[in-house]
Each structure stands twice: as C-alpha cells, then as structure tokens.
Design a protein around this ligand. Structure first.
Ligand code: MEV
Length: 428
C-alpha cells in the first residue's frame, strides 16, 4: 500500500517527522518548522511529554486558565481550567462572582463505588453456575489479595462480586459484576488488574466457562456528586430590567426545556461539560471516561435529559446538578505532568472526593452562566466579545490595531463581518 510504513514506532523523532513530511506534505510545506516550533527547549520536560504516549512528534498546547472567586462549601477556591473556547473561563468566573455574593456553592459526594465486569459465556445450567459461583467466590477474592493489599491498606478494595445472568439478552452470556472502592485513585489500572485476575481464577473452575473480556465500566451511577446553589428569589438580580421572580421563572423554563427535549438537552449538557472537561483536563484526569459516563447518566431514563435541575421552593431559587464522576488525585498523569501538579497544588491537593465536588461546581457554574445569558441578553453578545481577539488574530492584527478595535467594539456589536469591516476601514 502506498505511504504505509512498518516499524514506525522504532524511528527516532526526527526520522518520524522526515518520513511524514516526505510522504504527506508538499515540498513547500512549513509543517516541519511548525512541529518543531512547539518542542520544548527544556529537554527533560520534552522527554516527559514524548513518553506520555507513542509516536509523539510535537506538543499540542491548550490554554491553562484560572477562574477565581469560587466559594465552595465556605472555602474560596481558584479553579484551573484547560480549554480553548474563548468564553468558558470568563463565564465560570462571572458565575463564581455572582454566587460568591449569594452564599456560594454547596457540594457533596453521595457515593464512590466504581464498577468492573468480567464478561463470559457459560454453556450449562444456570443453577450449576450459581452453585459454583457461591462456592468459589471467597477464592476469587483471595486470589486478588496481592493486587488489593495496598488499596485495602488505604481503605479501598473490592466491595462485592455478583454473578449476573444475561442469557435473556444474549445466549450463554453471564457477568461477574464487581464493585470497587478506589479512594483517591481513579482506579482504572487497579480495577482492570483485579478483573483479569478474577477472570483467570474463575475459568479454572469450569471447562464450560469461556471468558470474553474483563474491563472496568466508565458508567459509574454509584459514584455520584451533587452541587447546588440557592438564594432568595428577590436576591437573584439587582437591576431594573426584570425582577428576581421573572429571572427565576424564565431560567427554570429553560432548564425544564432541557429536561424534556433531547436536542436542547445535548447543547445544555455540552455547556456543562465545558466546565467539567476543562477542570478534568487541567487536573490530569480522563475526560473521555468522564464524558462517556456523564452522558450515559443523562440518558438513564431512556430519554437524554438535562444534568441540571432548578426550582423555586418557599421563595428560594434552587439550582443543582447530580453527576457521576470517577476521578483520581493520585496515580496516572496526576503525579507526572508538571502543570497538573501545579493545578492540584492550586486546589490545595484535594482528595478525589473534594475534586469531584470542585468539578461538579465548575459544571454547574458554567450552566448557570449559559442559561443566564441565553434567557437575558442572548449568548452572542458575551461570546463574540470574547471571540473578538481570535478574529483579530486570524487577520494578523498588530498590537496597535488590536487595542484600537477592542476599544471600538466596547460600544459596537461584535459580529465576524463587523470586525472584518472595521479592520478594512482601519487599514484603508
Ligand atoms: C457553548 O459552548 C455552550 C452553550 O451552547 C451551552 C448552552 O447552550 O447551554 C452556550
């Protein structure tokens, strides 16, 4: 096959780039210079990043921003956010400031159980398998002891193993559904190692058991955190345009629409994930795992729905989120990536539970800011203001041009065409 390669992972970084450039780029490309421009001059730091994954040829920067003034459970936090979208950090900061003056965010971890499964086929009587499982369950647990020892010393380990009969959905299909407590670790490696050990022990007990696979589940509906804000309805706004009651009612309607309308719910939740993913990423956690688990949770009723809810009760506006989050503050990237270490330090080196609370708050804050804009000024006003710099950079505006145009758009509506026109006039 044209342009295929073998033994690529063994090439040096320079050889990889040379191969790439000669096979996939035109002769006049600046791709090589671009890739090399992002190399770090600190060779040890570059090596660390090279070794995070395979075939690294460069680094891909994302901004590392901070949102201050988050009052969470009566403590003020600065939240680190890794995200490229222009208005996200500003929106989080605005929501933080808004709620700082109204009692702040309350957050609480509800549960911390994680799940893994051994999927297997058994061709025989269910009652025989059940009897076998009952007999060998203590041995299965015993066989994992060398893996679980350290985790148990920290208060975690395997919580339970259940045999689940899935033959009504797929012939001969059963599971060992294993629940875990992994304390401050996200626990993926720990869980998968335990599962593989359990599977290999299990299959020794019957020739009729055929293991298909052993893997953790990123669906963690029993690893839940709740974050909430509330204040008197009349304290919600302090302007003449609309009353607190009007604001709250429209806000609640917007949330209710996301509760019953999947097209809106997906965008509503996407905004929540702007906050969640950016903190998950900044703290070196697995945002794909979080995304997969959170969206599955949003669809748990059978219809994709809002992750946040709002109400007025006894004159109080209440707005809350409840989401599953499997996060770690030890292991993985958390101890390796220098900026992740700084992010953790900034957060006061939180436990996994505290990080769950912070991340849930970031999601709730983001959603509050989005719904507040959407139901009052509209999203574009703030969004385009934040996007202005991106457009100016696209047009390679000089610092002088930027300063003039930023000033100009303080009193003029930002749209792409308005910015282009203003640049043209300025340059003419
Ligand atoms: C944009 O990244 C996120 C929003 O669309 C979220 C929402 O509509 O709620 C503003």
């Amino acid at each position: 096959m044209q342009n295929s390669v073998s033994g690529f992972s063994k090439f040096t970084k320079a050889e990889k780039i040379d191969w790439l450039i000669s096979n996939y780029f035109q002769s006049n490309t600046n791709a090589k210079a671009n890739l090399e421009r992002y190399w770090n001059s600190d060779l040890a730091l570059q090596k660390l990043h090279d070794e995070f994954t395979e075939n690294t040829i460069s680094n891909f920067y994302l901004p590392f921003g901070i949102a201050p003034n988050f009052l969470i459970n009566d403590k003020i936090k600065v939240i680190p956010m890794t995200i490229e979208e222009s208005s996200v950090v500003a929106a989080a900061s605005n929501a933080a400031k808004f709620w700082m003056q109204r009692g702040g965010f309350k957050a609480k971890v509800i549960s911390t159980t994680k799940i893994g499964q051994v999927h297997f086929m058994f061709n025989g009587k269910t009652s025989e398998l059940e009897a076998l499982f009952k007999k060998v369950k203590p041995q299965l647990l015993k066989d994992t002891k060398s893996i679980t020892k350290n985790m148990e010393a920290r208060g975690g380990g395997i919580v339970n193993i259940e045999l689940i009969n899935k033959t009504s959905k797929l012939n001969d299909y059963y599971q060992l559904h294993v629940s875990f407590e992994t304390i401050d670790a996200m626990g993926a490696n720990f869980i998968n190692s335990c599962l593989e050990q359990i599977a290999s022990s299990l299959e020794k007990h019957s020739v009729n058991i055929h293991i298909v696979m052993s893997i953790l589940s990123n669906y963690v509906p029993d690893c839940l955190v709740r974050a909430e804000v509330s204040c008197k309805v009349e304290n919600l706004v302090n302007n003449e345009e609309y009353s607190g009651q009007e604001f709250a009612e429209k806000f609640i309607q917007a949330v209710q629409i996301a509760e019953i309308e999947p097209f809106r719910a997906v965008t509503h939740n996407k905004g929540i994930m702007n906050g969640i993913d950016s903190v998950v990423l900044a703290t070196g956690n697995d945002f794909r795992a979080v995304e997969a688990g959170v969206h599955a949770y949003a669809a748990r009723s059978g219809s994709y729905s809002s992750l946040t809810h709002a109400s007025i009760e006894n004159g109080f506006f209440k707005f809350w989120i409840e989401i599953p989050l499997a996060l770690g503050t030890v292991g993985g990237l958390t101890g390796l990536h220098p900026l992740v270490k700084t992010a953790m330090e900034l957060l006061g080196n939180p436990s996994a539970k505290e990080l769950m609370e912070i991340v849930a708050v970031a999601g709730l804050a983001q959603n509050f800011a989005a719904i507040k804009s959407l139901t009052t000024t509209g999203i574009q006003q703030g969004h385009m203001k934040m996007h202005l710099l991106n457009i100016l950079n696209q047009f390679e505006a000089t610092e002088k041009e930027k300063s003039y145009l930023i000033d100009y758009f303080k009193t003029n509506t930002v749209t792409h065409s308005a910015v282009v026109k203003a640049i043209e006039i300025l340059r003419a």
